[in-house]
Design a protein around this ligand. Structure first.
Ligand code: DC
Length: 227
């Protein structure tokens, strides 16, 4: 049996990373780690503690104290803040609107990066986020940078919200939110969203989920053969 490798999947908000990463992990029997969920848990913990987003030191301290947990689940992985399940609580508009500020705090990033490296240490992992190929796992043998137009990403998020019965903003407002988040994630000082030079760029605007999963699976298989 071939040893599991590290697969890093990065890209902007709503490019379909989580959906695809989860399916790729399933196909190879790898662990899946959604690093965006980790920043969301820290944001939720900060809001629950009554902190404001400018209290960087306090948020960083909290990030070290809390325990972030994952458990397999359908249709999505279950997420825990200490012993409390927060799978739904981290997907609200309030978290969407505050998470970029938390993810821009250097000490929070340092703590999350540490935890993510530990999770990925044994290989056999698909990790998705913004800085996995550039910062967290710079030696990952497979790096994918997934992109799609802001319009298409807003459309996907809109359909997903409707399907899940979540109150949704209009398509236009979703697109504006996505563009704003892209801008914040790409221009922050620490680990901004950028494509690693050795990453494969995959434009998913016109691809189905299965086509994206197949494309990434091919890259993983080829890489495994070469190792
Ligand atoms: O992928 P997502 O929407 O759940 O990510 C939530 C936020 O966390 C988003 O603003 C980008 C940030 N993030 C990050 O800075 N680094 C990561 N590795 C993952 C997410």
């Amino acid at each position: 049996m071939t040893k599991g490798i590290q697969v890093a999947i990065d890209g902007p908000a709503s490019a379909g990373k989580s959906t695809v990463a989860k399916l790729v992990a399933k196909r190879f029997n790898y662990v899946y780690c959604d690093t965006g969920a980790m920043y969301r848990v820290v944001t939720l913990a900060a809001l629950r503690a009554g902190l404001t987003m400018d209290q960087a030191d306090k948020i960083a301290e909290l990030a070290k104290q809390i325990k972030i947990g994952f458990q397999p689940g359908e249709p999505e992985q279950r997420v825990f803040l200490n012993d409390d399940e927060v799978t739904q609580d981290i997907r609200t508009a309030q978290i969407d609107n505050n998470v970029s500020a938390v993810a821009a705090i250097p000490a929070v990033r340092a703590e999350m990066t540490n935890q993510q490296r530990q999770i990925a240490a044994n290989g056999g992992i698909v990790m998705d986020g913004r800085d996995i190929g550039t910062t967290v796992l710079p030696n990952a043998p497979v790096k994918i940078f997934m992109v799609a137009t802001a319009h298409e990403r807003a459309r996907r998020r809109y359909v997903e919200n409707k399907e899940k019965g979540i109150a949704t903003a209009s398509l236009e407002d979703l697109q504006k939110e996505i563009e704003l988040r892209d801008q914040k994630d790409s221009t922050r000082k620490v680990s901004p969203l950028t494509q690693a030079p050795d990453a494969t760029r995959l434009d998913t605007t016109k691809l189905s989920i299965d086509e994206v999963v197949d494309a990434i699976s091919e890259i993983i298989k080829k890489t495994q053969e070469q190792l």
